[in-house]
Design a protein around this ligand. Structure first.
Ligand SMILES: [Mg+2]
Length: 130
C-alpha cells in the first residue's frame, strides 16, 4: 500500500503551483504538514464536528442529553462552534486568515438572512417546509 495522506496526482503537479512536493517521512510515509496546514486540518475537523452535532440534534432533538455526559445537543452545538471559533482565531493570530473579516459585518449577516428566507420561501412553496 502507498503512503497515507494527501498525494498530488501527476496532473496536479504539472499544472498547479499550489501543490508542493511531498517531503519524506521515514516513520509513517505520510504527508508531512506544516503548522498552517495542520491548523487548517483542525478547522475542517471542527466544521465536521459542528455538522455532526447538528445532525444529532435533528435526529434526537435539541434538548436530548446523550448518556454518559451532561450536555444537551444544543449545548454541544455551542461547544463545537466554540472549538471552531478557537481554531479560526488561531489561524487569524498567525496571519493565515484575515482577523478583521472573521466576524461577518452587519451587511453580510443581513444578506445571509435574506438569502435563507428566500430559499425557505421556495421550500414552503414546494411543500417541504412547514
Ligand atoms: Mg471539537
Amino acid at each position: 500500500m502507498g503512503p497515507v495522506g494527501l498525494v498530488a496526482s501527476p496532473r496536479e503537479t504539472r499544472t498547479s503551483p499550489l501543490v508542493r512536493p511531498l517531503p519524506p517521512n521515514s516513520n509513517t510515509g505520510s504527508f508531512i504538514m506544516n503548522r498552517t496546514e495542520h491548523l487548517l486540518s483542525c478547522l475542517a475537523e471542527e466544521c465536521c464536528e459542528v455538522g455532526q452535532r447538528v445532525s444529532k440534534a435533528l435526529r434526537f432533538g435539541l434538548s436530548e442529553v446523550q448518556a454518559g455526559q451532561p450536555l444537551t445537543n444544543a449545548d454541544r452545538i455551542v461547544e463545537e462552534l466554540g472549538d471552531l471559533w478557537g481554531v479560526a482565531l488561531m489561524l487569524a493570530d498567525e496571519g493565515v486568515l484575515p482577523p478583521a473579516q472573521l466576524w461577518p459585518t452587519g451587511h453580510q449577516q443581513d444578506a445571509k438572512r435574506a438569502k435563507i428566507e428566500k430559499f425557505m420561501a421556495i421550500s414552503r412553496e414546494q411543500g417541504v417546509l412547514s
